[in-house]
Design a protein around this ligand. Structure first.
Ligand code: AKG
Ligand code: FE2
Length: 247
């Protein structure tokens, strides 16, 4: 959505960074087309069943590993999970670079050659106040192998939760398309305050890693009809990229 006010990169908590409008319109169209293909069966878009017996209002398709019952598997209902494409990992690296090394690569440009070669450094996630060099190194090392593609209709929402079923401490990259989602980013201790409410608009990038990697977060509601008209999407799509750390 176009705004009269400039929307700027902001670190909402240590290691949690919003980069508004990171995906240009061409990239948004490409991602939307990819999501539409991924949504098709087999192993397509579905409502995730929760162990308590409920189903999520959000519909999801997973790439690389399927998430269900708080664990990851390679099949869904006996069918292989769709592969995680190399270009999406490149986009994930560029995203981490943009979040942690402002002035770095824009969307669609992959990390510069040699970006990953900085790295005999320790730890899997960039931390707060990490300098550009460190952020760049974290980006170069980032090897996402899971994508959860979530589709929200007008009434869908997602309760506060932690993304904690991955074994890798690497950041989560979140890309939003279509209608604005009201994203609630909390703390690592509990579902209670403090939290920050962040409208995630079409094209926005949000990365959470380092000390914010296990922060509770969710989507309190979607604002129907706020998607850019040129995108041709009704509803909201969110793609999160994660590193499984699984063999
Ligand atoms: O839709 C969003 O912005 C968040 C999605 C999310 O938290 C998840 O898939 O774990
Ligand atoms: Fe999440």
């Amino acid at each position: 959505m176009d705004s009269l006010l400039p929307r700027e990169r902001v670190e909402v908590a240590p290691g949690a960074v919003l980069v508004p409008g990171w995906l240009d319109p061409d990239r948004q169209h490409e991602l939307l087309a990819a999501c539409r293909a991924w949504a098709r069966p087999p192993a397509g878009l579905r409502r995730t069943r929760l162990p308590g017996g409920g189903v999520m209002s959000v519909r999801t398709v997973c790439l690389g590993w399927h998430w269900q019952d708080y664990r990851y598997s390679r099949t869904v209902d006996g069918v292989p999970v769709k592969p995680f494409p190399a270009w999406l990992a490149d986009l994930g690296r560029a995203a981490v670079l943009a979040a942690y090394s402002p002035g770095g690569a824009g969307a669609g440009r992959t990390a510069e050659p040699g970006q990953g070669a900085n790295g005999a450094d320790s730890g899997g996630a960039a931390g707060p106040g990490s300098g550009d060099g460190e952020g760049g190194a974290a980006a170069g090392r980032y090897r996402p192998d899971i994508a959860l593609v979530n589709f929200y209709d007008d009434n869908a929402r997602m309760g506060l939760h932690q993304d904690k079923d991955e074994r890798s401490p690497a950041p989560v990259v979140s890309l939003s398309l279509g209608d604005t989602g009201l994203f609630r980013f909390g703390n690592t201790e509990s579902r209670r305050r403090p939290w920050t409410d962040i409208p995630l608009e079409s094209g926005d990038l949000f990365v959470f890693g380092g000390p914010s990697r296990l922060a509770y977060h969710g989507v309190t509601r979607v604002l129907p009809g706020t998607a850019p008209v040129w995108l041709g999407l009704r509803g909201r799509l969110n793609i999160t990229l994660r590193e499984s750390g699984l063999p």
